[in-house]
Design a protein. Sequence first.
Length: 143
Amino acid sequence: MPAAEKSSPSKLSIVVFSGDFDKVHYALVMASAAVASNTPVTLFFTMWAGRALERDHGWQRMKCADGTAAKAMDDQFKAKNVADFETLLEACVALDVTFMVCEMGLKALGMDADALRPDIPIEKGGVVTFLADASKDGAMLFI
């Protein structure tokens, strides 16, 4: 297909399900890149990924897929001039990425909205809310 005929999705909707730090980190990379390219993004955090939005840097208690501690991996990113977790999170907030947290996922983890970071504008909802937010001309990813 010639470049002139390609088009980006009208919106990117990302289900962030994994509790692996490196996967959540990459969801933030994708979200910030998409929104910086004028594609609206919704991040839907559910199940173990909800821990990434816990108060007091809850993401630091996460592990990577290979078992590495999140803080250690984040420090490696910083040392290599790769965007760290907090930088990506702040960029997503500044770029108006929509953060949505699944109410069912919070209940499953024994968490409530008070356990979430107050510095991130988080919408609560469920799968129906997330699907209603998605675009029929958009793309949906599951991480």
